[in-house]
Ligand binder design. Structure first.
Ligand SMILES: [Zn+2]
Ligand SMILES: [Zn+2]
Length: 281
């Protein structure tokens, strides 16, 4: 007897797991069934190993480390991971030069706005204004899905180009660095306060809220606020300020990545496909 029955196949998309974020180190793991990449590696080799171990991954399984910019909290552990576990490094020319990398043997240079492919993951670097650092944020997609994830940090301000790329993303990780009152009433020197809040510095909670207001839609499933200043911010202030600006637009999950290890993952692009299977009895 032959009978047909519908069967569901779940095609996995990609996961986003922050291994930690803040001025003492940043790294985010993007994983699919076939590829694992790190956006930034600002932790020691030992810390990277420990943080990945919490999610049952060994550093040698990482296919690439893509560095956003040369500041130590995003790059200081990249060369160690390359040397110790042979993980390939990727950076734009200015960042690779600022880090003093051997441009032939140590790093692969990417061009801003040119797509990179890592097996079933696709990564597009977008220029970000930040302290003359040639910073980039990343739009990441999975070949099997139209859903996209955005990982952006250290933005002094934003551009129309950034808005155009992040709008419609299912997942957005973005910094919410400081609370304006805490910064201006806090212990930093006037010069440092100016730098942090200036066009080359970081986004305040309020700026992040105003930015997200431009890009969030019903298709936004998850937002992770990153790079919170330990001195000038509090998680409840970041979350409540951002939600004040996007509350009526956003129905998804909002979370905060702290400086400590991985605490959660977000998943996008999983696709359920119904297929008919012929069963022979
Ligand atoms: Zn930076
Ligand atoms: Zn940073």
């Amino acid at each position: 007897m032959r009978r047909t029955r519908p069967e569901r196949f779940v095609q996995m998309g990609l996961s986003i797991t922050h291994l930690g974020s803040g001025s003492k180190g940043n790294s985010a793991l993007i994983a699919s069934e076939r590829a694992k990449i790190l956006i930034d590696q600002g932790f020691s080799g030992r810390q990277l190993e420990l943080r990945l171990k919490e999610i049952n991954i060994h550093p040698s399984e990482i296919d690439a480390i893509i560095i956003s910019h040369h500041h130590g909290d995003h790059s200081s552990g990249a060369a160690i991971a390359h040397k110790r576990w042979g993980v390939p490094l990727f950076a734009n020319f200015q960042t690779a030069a600022a880090l003093g990398y051997d441009l032939i043997h140590q790093v692969t240079i990417f061009e801003n706005l040119e797509r990179m492919e890592f097996s079933d993951l696709s990564v597009l670097p977008i220029p970000v204004p930040h302290d003359k650092a040639h910073n980039v944020g990343f739009i990441i997609s999975h070949h099997g899905s139209t859903e996209r994830a955005a990982i952006f940090s250290d933005l002094g301000s934003w551009t129309d180009e950034i808005i155009a790329h992040i709008a419609g993303c299912s997942h957005i990780s973005i910094e919410a660095n400081y609370d304006e009152k805490l910064l201006w009433n806090g212990p930093y020197s006037p010069r440092l306060k100016e730098r942090i809040s200036g066009r080359g510095g970081h986004l305040s909670n309020k700026q992040t809220g105003l930015f997200l207001r431009e890009v969030v839609s019903k298709s936004t499933k998850s937002i992770v606020l990153t790079h919170l200043s330990e001195e000038n911010n509090r998680p409840y202030l970041a979350e409540s300020t951002v939600l004040f600006h996007i509350g009526e637009l956003f129905e998804g999950d909002i979370a905060i990545s702290s400086q400590s290890g991985p605490r959660f993952s977000h998943y996008i692009g999983a696709k359920e496909e119904k297929a008919k299977v012929i069963e022979i009895l």
